[in-house]
Every structure is written in structure tokens, then in C-alpha cells.
Design a binder for this molecule. Structure first.
Ligand code: ADP
Ligand code: MG
Length: 246
């Protein structure tokens, strides 16, 4: 893919944000969290999002996932105009198109690793949910942890389960918000390697928020956010996609 073409309007554009503003009302008055974001991302691209704490990165990701509604602007993601969907439609759209990995894993503590991965597949009506969940856990190297509960797993293992859960439905869009934030350096790098590998294997578009400039530079492009605006977009190292591990 030609990285210079990324962001141009075309049939392969999976994310198109135009003039996106998000303002929340607080007791102290309106808070402008996103102040006019224009961003186009091509299918299959890997885009890093960096910026200071409080600059709006998580809010932007929530907009892409259809978890936050914008105050102004267009939000087109994975074939849908998110502004035009009601909550039920958004939930269905998200289930079909989006996988999300959070900093704090967000696993369900009363469910085993296998159940955590299988649940979204079951919700999506997959008849072979358990088999696919098993395969996803195998893919992240956790087939020996199927019956373990989150509390019995290390942070790195919990994040692997979360990654397996996110990718098991084969989402077109994989979103990650500081996925290495609670992990040590080596464990975090292993998660990122897996995440890039899974995105490549599934041809998913990856949007990765990170504090780690080195991790961000592994992406095709890096979007620098400051105070609710895009300050600059730079090229990542755009290394060849890692070979899909089967
Ligand atoms: P980042 O992920 O870059 O650290 P966030 O997107 O979480 O930033 O937050 C951006 C700004 O919006 C911050 O100043 C934060 O305090 C504010 N903010 C986020 N959510 C809310 C909310 N629900 N109500 C009020 N302010 C919020
Ligand atoms: Mg954040």
C-alpha cells in the first residue's frame, strides 16, 4: 500500500472523520474535548495515536468505536455513518466490525479465559463459538490457560486473552488504548508483536494509542494529538507486515 495515498477518499477508506468536535457540559461550563478532527484511514493501515495525557486520544478512540457521540462532524467507520445509527444499531455494528483492547484488560472476572473469548462470539451468533475461542487462545499462545480465571493469570496473559477476545470475531477494525500501559517493557512488546501479527493475519486495520513513541513508530503512520486537535501526522517505520503466523 502506498502510505502517501492513505487518507484520501477511496473505496478502501475504512475511517473517515470530518470536522469532528466533541464538547461535554460540565458544572464549570462546556469542555471542548475534540476540537475539529479530520482523519482518513485506509483499510489495512496501522496507525499510531500519540499525545499528552488529556489530549483526547481515548475520546477519539471511543468515537471510532461508536461508544461516544460527536457534537459536530461526520463519522464514517467500516461502511457506516455512525451519526445515523441508534444505540441498538451501533451495538450490532460494533459487534460485527470492531475489536477493542484496553489498558486494564477489562476481562469478566467470573469467567474463564475461554468463556471471556467465547462470549462475544456467542453474542454474534457464531454456532462454533467455543471452537473459535479455542483457536483464538491458541493463536496468542494461551491454549494451556483455557480454564483459568483472570485473577489466576499474569498481566501479560490477561492482555493476551483480551487480544484473543478482540480478534476472535475477525473485526475489520482493531482498536487498542494503551494496551501496554500496565505491562513491563518486554511483556508489552510481546503483546504488540502479537497484535501486529493478528492484524496482518486478519487484514484488520489497527489503531493503536500509546505513550511509547518507539511502539508508535512501528505503525505505518503516527497521528500526533494535542489539545483535541491533530498537530501533525508522520510516517512510521512502515516495515513490511510481519508474516502471518498460522
Ligand atoms: P487522553 O486519552 O489523551 O489522556 P481523554 O480522551 O481521556 O485523553 O480526555 C481528554 C480530555 O477530556 C481530558 O481533559 C479529560 O479530563 C476530559 N474528559 C474525558 N471524559 C470526560 C467526561 N466524561 N467529562 C468531562 N471531561 C472529560
Ligand atoms: Mg487515554
Amino acid at each position: 500500500m502506498d502510505p502517501f495515498k492513505a487518507g484520501s477518499a477511496g473505496v478502501d477508506t475504512i475511517i473517515g472523520l470530518t470536522g469532528v468536535k466533541l464538547t461535554l457540559q460540565s458544572t464549570a461550563g462546556p469542555v471542548n474535548i475534540l476540537r475539529g478532527i479530520d482523519l482518513g484511514i485506509e483499510a489495512g493501515e496501522r496507525v499510531g495515536i500519540v499525545g499528552p495525557s488529556g489530549s483526547g486520544k481515548s475520546t477519539l478512540l471511543a468515537v471510532l468505536a461508536g461508544l461516544e457521540r460527536v457534537s459536530e462532524g461526520e463519522v464514517r467507520v467500516a461502511g457506516a455513518d455512525l451519526n445515523a445509527l441508534n444505540e441498538d444499531q451501533l451495538a450490532l455494528w460494533r459487534r460485527a466490525n470492531v475489536g477493542i483492547v484496553f489498558q486494564s484488560f477489562h476481562l469478566i472476572p467470573t469467567m474463564t479465559a475461554l468463556e471471556n473469548v467465547a462470549v462475544p462470539l456467542e453474542l454474534a451468533g457464531a454456532p462454533d463459538a467455543i471452537e473459535r475461542a479455542r483457536a483464538a487462545l491458541r493463536q496468542v499462545g494461551l491454549d494451556h490457560r483455557e480454564t483459568h480465571y483472570p485473577a489466576q493469570l499474569s498481566g501479560g496473559e490477561q492482555q493476551r486473552v483480551a487480544l484473543a477476545r478482540a480478534v476472535a470475531p475477525r473485526p475489520a477494525l482493531l482498536l487498542a488504548d494503551e494496551p501496554t500501559g500496565n505491562l513491563d517493557g518486554a511483556t508489552g512488546h510481546a503483546i504488540i508483536e502479537l497484535m501486529f501479527g493478528e492484524a496482518a493475519r486478519l487484514n484488520s486495520t489497527l489503531v493503536l494509542i500509546t505513550h511509547d513513541d518507539q511502539l508508535a513508530s512501528l505503525c505505518d503512520r503516527v497521528v500526533h494529538i494535542e489539545d483535541g486537535r491533530i498537530r501533525s501526522v508522520t510516517q512510521g517505520t512502515a516495515r513490511a507486515r510481519p508474516k502471518a503466523a498460522e
